[in-house]
Ligand binder design. Structure first.
Ligand code: FAD
Ligand code: PYC
Length: 417
């Protein structure tokens, strides 16, 4: 049984609740649509759902070159938080965190959002100052974040080694209690099912290979591996691949693509109650509901479109994990994988209009766009429906790389890059 036919049965079992499609909603392309979304990750599917739900634009196609959720949405470590430094970012990421609340009910699909808290460790004076600055900035924006002593950090996460002779001593931690994790594939499937129920066509195995512009330069449609599809409104939400797709429209984007890796251990009983991250030693960890320790590494040092990363990167991460959480030293790792993240010079996303009329973009989330999924989908839908950005995504425009109004979140990115 394929993953999609298994899902169809599940969808069918639930179809009594609302007007959900009885079969897995994998549509054939029509000749034209009111809006096209390129990329069937959580962001693209979310945008299609909100276009239909909030703006009544239901003649929408989501074009996905592989299977939905097969990109970064299904490859990430699901950390959700909004403890970014600058006002613009706090508004953007907290908009998403607020939407995570209630998303299971909205989609009638359990996305398993678990507010177990995200704790960021300080190992030196610079970390202490930087994290305390983040805490103060967050609180001024109404975003929860608090300082913990090493003893309080250990009480919150008992496996943490706080001994003073540790190689990476813990001097304290910043804790965002509303932060946590969710089930990533459910997010893709939940949005896809809900969007399809509103009339959106989800078209898998359909890669966009060209963008056609009319005599005035505006978008008029896309070339795909399943033929030409017309639309005067195209939103590109294709993490890792954005600059390639933007080239098809004659645009250069300030993006670099890197592999980012994660790995999981053999499953064990629940022992790890929260999410712990350490910028300094480049490692972070949580425990999934299946019992696996979910561990993330930094990006590779070289640009690449490979969906696997270098072995020495995960070796470095595991060495750091063993130092911070010695009780796990004898665990075996079960599997490792990678995704392609696209990174901007200021480590903040680009979400808005492009210089090409009718072409919109959502990209540059780098190592941290899962947490933004509902917010990015909502704001891309707003921007496409109204042909103007919402005030929350207005600062995240492409022009900032020309006029210098950068939003430098390198320190908040939380992962080595
Ligand atoms: P994707 O899910 O990648 O969707 C884009 C889709 O576009 C893909 O399915 C792709 O196949 C499709 N596509 C590409 N080109 C074309 C084309 N030409 N035609 C049609 N379709 C196309 N973020 C966090 O907030 N927290 C984390 O803990 C976290 N951990 C991460 C760990 C790893 C290992 C990785 C790789 C990423 C992590 N991220 C994390 C980042 C996060 O996963 C991404 O920012 C986010 O999932 C992006 O979602 P998306 O929907 O934009 O992209
Ligand atoms: O943005 O919190 C994050 C994150 C954790 C791991 C990868 N990204």
């Amino acid at each position: 049984m394929t993953r999609f036919s298994a899902f169809s049965l599940f969808a069918k079992a639930l179809s009594g609740h609302q007007n959900w499609p009885e079969q897995w909603p994998d549509a054939a392309p029509k000749p034209g649509y009111d809006a096209i979304i390129v990329g069937g990750g959580g962001h693209g599917l979310g945008a299609a759902y909100y276009l239909a739900k909030k703006y009544g634009i239901t003649n929408v196609a989501v074009l996905e070159k592989g299977w939905i959720g097969g990109g970064n949405t299904g490859r990430n470590t699901t950390i959700i938080r909004s403890n970014y430094l600058y006002d613009e970012s706090a508004h953007l990421y907290d908009h998403a965190v607020k939407l995570w609340d209630g998303l299971s009910q909205e989609l009638n699909y359990n996305i398993m959002y678990s507010k177990r808290g995200v704790m960021m460790l300080a190992h030196n004076v610079h970390d202490v100052q930087s994290l305390q600055r983040h805490i103060n900035a967050n609180r001024l924006n109404g975003v929860d974040n608090e300082w913990l002593t090493p003893e309080q950090a250990k009480a919150y996460c008992p496996p943490l080694n706080i001994s003073s002779d540790a190689r990476h001593p813990v001097l304290g931690a910043a804790l965002q209690r509303r932060g946590g994790t969710a089930r990533h594939d459910s997010v893709a499937w939940g949005y896809a099912r809900a969007a399809a129920a509103l009339g959106v066509d989800i078209i898998q195995n359909c890669a966009v290979t060209g963008i056609r512009r009319d005599a005035n330069g505006a978008v008029e449609g896309v070339e795909t591996t399943r033929g030409y599809i017309a639309s005067k409104r195209v939103g590109v939400s294709a993490a890792g691949n954005t600059s390639v797709i933007m080239h098809m429209a004659g645009l250069d984007f300030p993006l670099e693509s890197y592999p980012l890796q994660a790995l999981v251990s053999e499953p064990i009983k629940p022992t790890f109650p929260c999410v712990v991250m350490s910028n300094t030693v480049h490692a972070y960890m949580s425990q999934s509901d299946k019992g696996e320790l979910v561990i993330g590494a930094g990006t590779d040092q070289y640009v690449s479109y490979s969906q696997r990363g270098a072995l020495h990167i995960v070796e470095h991460t595991l060495a750091a994990i063993c130092e911070i959480f010695p009780i796990y030293r004898r665990m075996r790792m079960l599997r490792t994988w990678g995704g392609i993240v696209d990174v901007t010079p200021d480590r903040s996303p680009i979400l808005g209009k492009t210089p090409v009329k009718g072409l919109y973009v959502n990209c540059g989330w780098g190592t941290g766009g899962f947490k933004a999924t509902p917010g990015a989908g909502d704001l891309l839908a707003y921007t496409m429906a109204k042909d103007e950005p919402h005030y929350i995504n207005a600062p995240f425009n492409l022009d900032r790389f020309r006029n210098g109004r950068l939003i430098d979140e390198a320190a908040a990115a939380a992962v080595a890059h």
